[in-house]
Design a protein around this ligand. Structure first.
Ligand SMILES: C[S@@+](CC[C@H](N)C(=O)[O-])C[C@H]1O[C@@H](n2cnc3c(N)ncnc32)[C@H](O)[C@@H]1O
Length: 345
C-alpha cells in the first residue's frame, strides 16, 4: 500500500508526505462519523453503511474504499454487494465501545488541531499560538476547563495517546524500592491506576486542577482502586506538590516555557526524598535532533498551542535537573517515539 500517486518515479516520499493530509482527513472523518463503531456488530454494504451514517450517495464508495485501500476497513466482495467490516485493529482500537478505544486523540486532532495547523506558517513567522487564542479566545487549558464536554474529550484523548507509554513505564521502571508515587497533571488518573495495579505495594496520588478531580475520581472508582489511588486538587504552578518517592509528569513539561519547566522541576525536587525519582514521560527528542520526527512535530504542535512551550531532548532535561540539584540521570525508551527521562535526587 502506498499513498503516493507515483511511487516508483522518484518523488514518492515527497508526495506521500505532501498528500498526507488527504489520508489523514479520511481517517479522522471516519472516526468523526463513527464508521468503526457503526460496523462493530455486523458487516454492511456501502449503501447500508452510507444510510446508517446519513451520507450523500456521491462519496460513499470513494470514502469506504479509500478506507479499505488505506488498511482501515476490509471489504468482502465487490460493488454494490460488497460488505464492509472493521479490520482486527480498527475493531479493537476505533470502536468507541471497546475499552482499548484510542479515537479520542483523533477526535481532538480533527476538531481542533487539523484547522489550527493550517496556520503553521503564521506560527513560524510570529512565534505566537495559532489556536483559540488567535481568535480572541482563551488558552487551550482555559477553553477546555470552561466546557465540560470538551474537557471530557481531551481527557479521553490523553488516555488514547498515553496508555501504551504508561503501560511500558510500569513494566520497565523498577518500582520495587519505592512506596509512593505522585502523578503530576494526572488527568484521569491513568498512570496512577496502571502503576497501582501492576505494583500492589504502591500507593498513588493523581494531582491535577480542581476541574479535573471529579473525572479522575470516577475513573479510579471504575478501576476499583480507590483504596490505593487518591486524588489531590491543586495548581502545580502555585502549590507545592504532594510528597512522594516517585514523581511522574506525563507530557507536562512540554506544555510550558523554560521558566515554568524549571519551576516544575524545582517543585518536584522539593517534594522528593533523597534517592527519589522524577520521571518525565515525553516524546523526547534525540540529543542530535535528527531522528525523532514525531517529537519534533510535537514541539511544533506546542508552538501552535502555546507559542513559547516546546519539547526537548534528554540532554536538555538532564541540564535543567542538574541545576535543580538532581544527581543521576537515565533515559528509558518506552514505546514508539516516547521515552521516560529520569532524574534521581
Ligand atoms: C497534556 S495533559 C497530560 C495528561 C497526562 N499526564 C498524560 O500524559 O496523559 C496535561 C495535564 O496537566 C493538567 N494541568 C494543566 N495545568 C495545570 C496546573 N496548573 N496544575 C495542575 N494540573 C495542570 C491538565 O489538566 C492535564 O490533565
Amino acid at each position: 500500500m502506498s499513498l503516493s500517486p507515483r511511487p516508483e518515479s522518484g518523488p514518492g516520499r515527497i508526495f506521500e508526505v505532501g498528500f498526507g493530509f488527504w489520508s489523514s482527513k479520511v481517517l479522522l472523518t471516519a472516526v468523526e462519523l463513527d464508521v468503526f463503531t457503526t460496523l462493530a456488530d455486523h458487516p454492511m454494504t456501502g449503501e447500508e453503511l452510507g444510510r446508517a451514517l446519513r451520507l450523500h450517495p456521491r462519496g460513499i464508495y470513494d470514502f469506504f474504499d479509500a478506507l479499505v485501500a488505506l488498511g482501515f476497513l476490509e471489504r468482502d466482495g465487490d460493488g454494490a454487494q460488497g460488505r464492509y467490516r472493521n479490520t482486527a485493529e480498527t475493531a479493537r482500537l476505533l470502536d468507541r465501545n471497546q475499552p482499548g478505544y484510542v479515537g479520542g486523540i483523533l477526535e481532538m486532532l480533527n476538531a481542533r488541531l487539523y484547522g489550527f495547523w493550517g496556520d503553521l506558517g503564521a506560527g513560524l513567522r510570529t512565534g505566537r499560538p495559532q489556536n483559540e487564542l488567535k481568535r480572541g479566545g482563551r488558552s487551550m487549558f482555559e477553553t477546555l476547563y470552561a466546557d465540560p464536554a470538551r474537557l471530557e474529550q481531551f481527557m479521553v484523548a490523553m488516555r488514547g495517546i498515553s496508555t501504551g507509554n504508561f503501560r511500558a513505564l510500569v513494566e520497565k521502571f523498577d518500582f520495587s524500592q519505592y512506596d509512593s508515587l505522585c502523578d503530576v497533571g494526572g488527568a484521569t488518573g491513568l498512570l496512577s491506576t496502571l502503576a497501582a495495579r501492576r505494583h500492589p505495594h504502591l500507593t498513588c496520588i493523581s494531582f491535577d486542577l480542581p476541574e479535573v478531580e471529579p473525572i479522575a475520581k470516577r475513573w479510579i472508582v471504575q478501576e476499583g482502586l480507590s483504596d490505593r489511588v487518591s486524588t489531590v486538587a491543586g495548581d502545580f504552578l502555585k502549590d507545592p506538590l504532594p510528597r512522594a518517592d516517585v514523581i511522574t509528569m506525563g507530557m507536562i513539561l512540554h506544555d510550558w516555557n523554560l521558566e515554568k519547566k524549571r519551576h516544575l522541576i524545582r517543585a518536584a525536587y522539593e517534594a522528593l526524598p533523597e534517592g527519589g525519582a522524577l520521571i518525565a514521560i515525553e516524546n523526547l527528542i534525540d540529543d542530535a535532533r535528527r531522528e525523532n520526527a514525531f517529537g519534533l512535530l510535537m514541539s511544533l504542535n506546542m508552538l501552535i498551542e502555546f507559542g513559547d512551550a516546546f519539547d526537548f531532548t534528554g540532554a536538555d532535561f538532564q541540564g535543567w535537573c542538574r541545576e535543580a540539584g538532581f544527581r543521576e540521570f537515565e533515559v528509558l525508551h518506552l514505546e514508539g517515539p516516547c521515552s521516560a527521562a529520569i532524574a534521581w535526587k
